[in-house]
Design a protein around this ligand. Structure first.
Ligand SMILES: NC(=O)c1ccc[n+]([C@@H]2O[C@H](COP(=O)([O-])OP(=O)(O)OC[C@H]3O[C@@H](n4cnc5c(N)ncnc54)[C@H](OP(=O)(O)O)[C@@H]3O)[C@@H](O)[C@H]2O)c1
Length: 258
């Protein structure tokens, strides 16, 4: 049976840690080539070295910068001499607390990363993938093309303990479904992945108290690993081009809510 992931060229933002790094590793192990992005250049270089420099290109920088987004696509064609056909919109960050309790000093950066950067990349990826389909004689059935967007369970079910973060993921949820309706008929799959609790650098960046998170793990754990999410994403993008698993809500089995 054909593995539709083998030989593909993927762009992954937020790939210096957590879910993005796990996706990059899984894609490469399954025969894809990847362009990985994050702000920590040294970390990207380590990952590239461990995966094999011939299969990985790195683009360090803020995923919200237009110039960085341009470089992602250029890196794919420069390094692999072909266009990227798979874009994972993953860079993002959490924020502990609600409208009334979260740190307002972090609101702008979170909205910028989770919503603005995501929308910019979804737009750039859409234009590129559609142009590629047109140039290759509408060959969407011969070659799968994907945009994968990281939402969250709190972007589908309202959670009072992280409502500012959740609002950015509700926004991304609506953008992904709107884009799916726009691009699906033209042969591009847009998939929304909504994980529950995943242990990564996310908890530290979001500012979750260690004892609070330990209680969560006691109550609903074991929580997911980044690799659990990567495996599902690889499954989705390795379906034949005419098959689209467009939404995946992934929870630790014992997570009742959100
Ligand atoms: N962990 C969870 O429980 C969970 C649940 C649901 C959804 N998610 C979503 O899944 C995605 C990945 O989360 P994660 O758990 O893997 O978090 P993580 O371990 O903190 O990784 C986040 C990644 O994003 C990068 N990043 C952050 N801001 C960036 C920016 N402005 N430009 C470029 N890269 C940036 C970080 O690298 P640098 O610091 O090097 O830039 C890092 O590589 C996020 O969208 C998150 O909202 C996570």
């Amino acid at each position: 049976m054909q593995d539709w992931l083998e030989g593909r060229i993927a762009i992954i933002t937020g790939a210096s840690a957590g879910i993005g790094e796990a996706i990059a590793r899984d894609f490469v192990h399954r025969g894809a080539r990847v362009v990985i992005n994050a702000r920590r250049e040294a970390r990207l270089a380590e990952i590239a070295q461990s995966l094999g420099a011939d299969r990985v290109a790195t683009v360090a920088g803020d995923a919200c910068e237009d110039e960085v987004i341009d470089r992602l696509f250029r890196a794919a064609s420069d390094k692999f001499e072909d266009e990227a056909d798979l874009v994972v919109v993953n860079a993002g960050r959490g924020l502990n607390g609600s409208v009334t309790t979260s740190d307002t000093g972090q609101w702008e950066e979170m909205i910028r990363t989770n919503l603005l950067a995501a929308a910019k990349l979804m737009r750039a990826a859409s234009h590129r993938l559609l142009a590629d389909i047109e140039q290759s004689g509408n060959s969407w059935q011969q070659q799968a093309r994907d945009i994968v967007v990281l939402g969250s369970t709190v972007g589908r079910h309202i959670s009072p303990f992280s409502s500012m973060y959740g609002s950015t993921k509700f926004a991304v949820n609506s953008l992904a479904e709107a884009l799916r309706r726009e691009l699906g008929p033209k042969g591009v799959r847009v998939s929304l992945i909504e994980p529950g609790f995943v242990r990564s650098e996310f908890q530290g960046v979001a500012g979750y108290a260690d004892d609070w998170f330990a209680q969560v793990v006691d109550r609903i754990g074991p929580v997911l690993t980044p690799e659990d999410c990567a495996e599902i994403i690889s499954f989705i993008v390795s379906r034949p081009p005419q098959v689209h698993l467009s939404d995946a809500l992934i929870r630790p089995t014992r997570q009742d809510y959100p």
